[in-house]
Design a protein. Structure first.
Lengths: 482, 226, 241
């Protein structure tokens, strides 16, 4: 099946699932409303967003410099820095780290970039058991499912689904999964065992800080802290665009991140990590700390980001992965996260997937938008998503990744529309044809590729005389160029 | 064979030649600060925000008062032992002694750098119910506290047990996180870990139903001291 | 003043063009309707067919810059195209760049023109159908038309008018999107039609006939008696029964 046909199939499947659509819609509404309230409670959220945009824009414009500074400073704090041009490089690096350290069990805090590189599969193949620890991601993993929203990964699952899953796959007793509190407590107990035994913790990076060589990770559940504190080895996988120059810059972005995502002032745990601990008396940074990992590896991943940077899509790298655009997108509301394919759904996914992975496999995604602009309204760094979608559409048209009838029809339409007399005459012809098939002024079925319109609505027959035609007749006064 | 670092940085430099970056300025942006509010107002804001997150706020003026509060919390949760920062780091002289005299036993731990020894030491800590720490700052608008790790300032005390009690000095309250980080950027690199804690651990992943105590502590008690 | 009537109004809703002319003439303005106008090129532009869009844009610029008069457009999306996208399309073009910028500076959507340029309040018309307002996206977010259409609508209809529930959520037209992604477009339309039913309105009002064509087509398919009205028709006081 072509990628386009597969996409349409996923759309149809998603639209058929009314229960999930309702759950998704109410989640999105709640998150979007909370975002509105949270921003309103800031003294000047517009100024803050402008500031955040300036920070991201400046950083990306000097990305090589800031990444290098980050790497140097992180190494000075005792981290090992690895550079991964491709997904395969990244997984190879992490598998090698695990092998060298004799790791058999790894706990993981959610990271979109590790989904991009399909890290879990690579580690499992190398004999490392990987346990997802965010409650939603844990449920996805146990259910061998896929997340459907980057902030609310199991919005598509009911409580009863989760209870049944835990009983079937994890041996939970019915009373242990009787309600949401019980299910959560069960997950906590189960995962705590893994946290305490795992030799490696794997996390993403929400944002790195160049001047201190730190990585920042935010979670609400605390699994981010446990993952990056208990195991002796911490591997942080980082998209190469996720850096800011200073701690003050980090503060500005953090002030917007949780508010934009869920309406919280801050995530419950904002974790800034500046190197592994070192033995007491060693004279190194972090000497004598009683806990925390003994080794930290940061894997900086490209995987198509420099491709997206190379041209008019570069603005997409400002993204801080808050998910606010998802929560207001009317298309996403109806088709949910799975339909988009790829790792990132919604408006940002429609840009990132083709931008990073290439338009050939992803040319349909940018078409799945009415360009309403709600996403741009809520983006904390004011990314002009509709403009980026238009850019991708222009690239698709240039590469002829468009339906045949548009490739033929659009230049024809332009040729007609630049010839006013022909335009009016053809318009009258079309009106006559339409009135031939219309009932009471309405057409119930349009032909060929236009049949999509009449799948769900009637089409009004055009007026027999256009406005310009009747105006000219009635007034005799349309202006003619002299 | 180009080293991967040069590959990545080279790819970035190459792409930057054609990158379209609206709003990018040559100089790093400056952070504008929030107008400072008076301390009592900030403390009220902090308290309100933390209580809204289901945290608890207590007030104490001495080690004895603090110890009474902690003992009460411990009793409520059936805790006889606790993980803790060292006495000198708590910011309340004599507190550990006061707790000992109330029959609360501090559990010390030594996570050795040896993998096997570390693996042996950790699981035992999983049963301790109470954790006690000091703090480095508080953030008013988010109802959050800031803890920096260091010698004698372990992370596990605020992470493993289901109940976390934190001592916060009212003099260290700041209006917002961006203000704190702009005014004290050195906090970020003072230790291996800086954590900003805004209430007890929570999730709404299942049917958007809010539950607390998923992985981190379920109960957060802040004792405000002068 | 020049009227850029737009391709959809010209061909499908000529009555809207009449309403605009009628309103402007009642306000004492001299309305010129350039005869060689066709399409602003937005459908091509939104589809990524930049060359075709530019050809139509040049045609439109030629027609509308033959005179220096302001241009009034009974469509938020077409006005958005001219105001925001024409200068962008021709920013490096020595000939059309300055002309596009000049045209952009004097092009207005209909309600925007009444409120922001003329500063007039249309007279109240207390009797009539219950009207529910749908905020067309490009006008709302591209041109910032948050207040103007509502002010005009409330001036005329007072309590008879209200916002639809979720008035600012896209109706699902999206140009070619309606035909290329019909399932999604249909789902978005259903949500809008449900909101209309919930509102109890007799008619839906918007600044763009593109939305109205899509919504109206859906209402007709459902057998609903609810009509669609362009804001100019509300101001002109048309009674189409």
């Amino acid at each position: 099946m072509t990628s386009a046909a597969a996409f349409y199939r996923r759309i149809d499947d998603a639209l058929a699932n009314t229960r999930v659509r309702q759950a998704l819609a109410s989640t999105m509404t709640r998150l979007a409303d909370r975002r509105t309230d949270a921003l309103a409670s800031l003294p000047d959220s517009d100024a803050l967003r402008d500031q955040a945009r300036r920070i991201r824009a400046h950083t990306i414009a000097h990305l090589d410099r800031y990444l290098e500074t980050f790497a140097t400073n992180a190494e000075a704090r005792g981290c090992r820095i690895h550079w991964a041009p491709t997904a395969a490089d990244a997984t190879r690096i992490v598998v090698e780290i695990a092998r060298e350290a004799g790791i058999t069990l790894a706990v993981k805090s959610k990271s979109m970039v590790t989904e991009e590189i399909e890290l879990n599969a690579a580690l499992e193949a190398a004999g490392v058991r990987v346990v997802e620890t965010d409650l939603g991601e844990f449920v996805v993993q146990v259910g061998e499912d896929r997340p459907s929203h980057i902030i609310a990964p199991i919005v598509h699952r009911r409580r009863e689904d989760v209870a049944r899953l835990f009983q079937e796959k994890l041996g939970a007793r019915p009373e242990e999964v009787a309600d949401v509190a019980a299910i959560t407590a069960f997950a906590r107990r189960t995962l705590r065992r893994d946290f305490l035994q795992a030799g490696m913790g794997i996390s993403g990076v929400n944002m790195a800080v160049a001047d201190s060589g730190s990585v920042c990770l935010v979670t609400n559940e605390g699994n981010g802290r446990l993952t990056t504190t208990l195991p002796r080895v911490h591997v942080a996988v980082m998209g190469l665009e996720r850096v800011v120059p200073t701690a003050a810059d980090l503060g500005v972005l953090l002030q917007l991140l949780a508010r934009s995502a869920t309406g919280q002032a801050l995530s419950v745990y904002t974790n800034v990590i500046s190197g592994p601990r070192r033995p007491a008396g060693s004279g190194s940074p972090n000497a004598g700390e009683p806990d925390g990992p003994d080794a930290i590896h940061v894997v900086i991943v490209d995987n198509g980001r420099t491709k997206m940077l190379d041209g008019p899509l570069a603005e997409m790298l400002y993204c801080i992965r808050c998910g606010a655009c998802l929560n207001v997108c009317p298309v996403y509301r109806h088709i949910g996260g799975h339909a988009y394919g790829g790792v990132y759904p919604g408006p940002m996914g429609a840009v990132v997937s083709p931008g990073q992975m290439g338009l050939d496999a992803w040319s349909e995604l940018p078409q799945a938008s009415s360009l309403c602009g709600a996403c741009r309204d809520v983006c904390p760094v004011r990314i002009d998503l509709p403009r980026l979608l238009l850019t991708l559409r222009a690239q698709a048209a240039e590469r002829e990744l468009t339906p045949w009838w548009l490739r033929l029809g659009m230049p024809l339409y332009a040729a007609v529309a630049t010839r006013p007399a022909l335009y009016q005459w053809l318009g009258s012809m079309a009106a006559r044809v339409a009135h031939g098939v219309a009932r009471g002024g309405w057409v119930r079925r349009l032909p060929g590729p236009l049949a999509g319109w009449t799948a769900s609505r009637d089409f009004p027959a055009p007026a027999r005389r256009s406005f310009l035609q009747s105006y000219e007749e009635r007034r005799g006064r349309t202006e003619r160029p002299s | 064979m180009t080293p991967p670092k040069d590959q990545v940085l080279g790819a970035i430099r190459h792409s930057l030649r054609r990158a379209v970056l609206p709003g990018a300025e040559a100089t790093p942006p400056r952070t504008a600060r929030v107008a400072p509010a008076d301390r009592p107002a900030l403390l009220r804001q902090f308290e309100q925000a933390l209580v809204a997150l289901t945290g608890h706020v207590h007030h104490a003026a001495s080690a004895g008062e603090a110890a009474d509060i902690i003992a009460a919390v411990a009793a409520e949760h059936g805790a006889r032992t606790f993980l803790s920062w060292d006495g000198g780091e708590l910011g309340c002289d004599g507190l550990l002694e006061a707790l000992a005299s109330r029959h609360l036993t501090r559990v010390a731990y030594d996570l050795a750098f040896d993998a096997a020894q570390r693996a042996g030491a950790v699981p035992g800590l999983g049963d301790v119910i109470l954790g006690l720490t000091g703090s480095d700052a508080a953030i008013a608008d988010a109802g959050a506290i800031v803890l920096v790790s260091g010698p004698g300032r372990g992370r596990l005390a605020s992470l493993l047990p289901p109940v976390h009690v934190a001592l916060v000095s009212a003099s260290r309250i700041h209006p917002t996180l961006p203000d704190l980080l702009a005014d004290h950027p050195e906090l970020v690199a003072r230790g291996a870990n800086l954590v900003v804690i805004a209430g007890p651990s929570r999730t709404a992943d299942i049917e958007m139903t809010l539950t607390h105590g998923v992985h981190g502590p379920k109960h957060l008690h802040v004792i405000l001291m002068p | 003043m020049q009227l850029f009537v737009t391709c959809l109004v010209d061909r499908f809703y000529p009555g809207v063009g009449d309403a605009v002319v009628s309103v402007l003439e009642r306000l004492g303005l001299d309305v010129i309707v350039p005869s060689d106008q066709t399409c602003c090129g937005q459908p091509a532009f939104n589809g990524g067919f930049v060359r075709d869009a530019a050809a139509m844009a040049k045609q439109t610029i030629d027609v509308l810059t033959a005179r220096p008069d302001p241009v009034i457009v009974p469509s938020g999306s077409c006005a958005d195209m001219i105001v925001n996208h024409y200068p962008e399309l021709f920013q490096d073009d020595e000939q059309y760049g300055p002309r596009a910028r000049d045209l952009a500076a004097r092009t207005f959507e209909f309600s925007q023109f009444l409120v922001d340029v003329l500063g007039v309040t249309p007279p109240a018309c207390p009797d009539g159908p219950r009207l529910a307002y749908h905020a067309s996206c490009h006008g709302l977010r591209g041109l910032g038309l948050r207040d103007q259409p509502r002010r005009v609508l409330h001036a005329v209809a007072g309590d008879r008018a209200c916002d639809l529930p979720d008035a600012e959520v896209c109706c699902g037209f999206g140009g070619l999107f309606a035909v290329k992604m019909p399932a999604i477009s249909g789902a978005m339309l259903d949500a809008k039609l449900d909101a209309i039913a919930q509102s109890g309105a007799n008619a839906v009002v918007a600044t763009d006939v593109s939305c109205l064509m899509h919504i109206g087509g859906g209402l007709h398919r459902r057998g609903s008696p609810v009509r669609v009205l362009h804001i100019a028709e509300v101001v002109a006081g048309d009674r189409r029964d």
